[in-house]
Design a protein around this ligand. Sequence first.
Ligand SMILES: [Zn+2]
Length: 75
Amino acid sequence: MSDTDKPALTMAPKMYVHYCEHEGCEMWGGFGRSASKDEPPHWWCWEHFPHKSHEQEQALIRQRLEAIQRESGAK
Ligand SMILES: [Zn+2]
């Protein structure tokens, strides 16, 4: 198995390309927010999106912990 076995993306990129604004983060910025319609929106990955609800923050923390537990238990 190698990455070259994956099928190439055939979908043409129609969307404006925007990555997470968090410094040093190179994740895709799938979550945007603009203060007003006159200002360009800002984009973040889900992890750095600063407008999550408390419940969403807690769910993200839980997912991280579960991922860590899975990794440490895998070997
Ligand atoms: Zn980010």
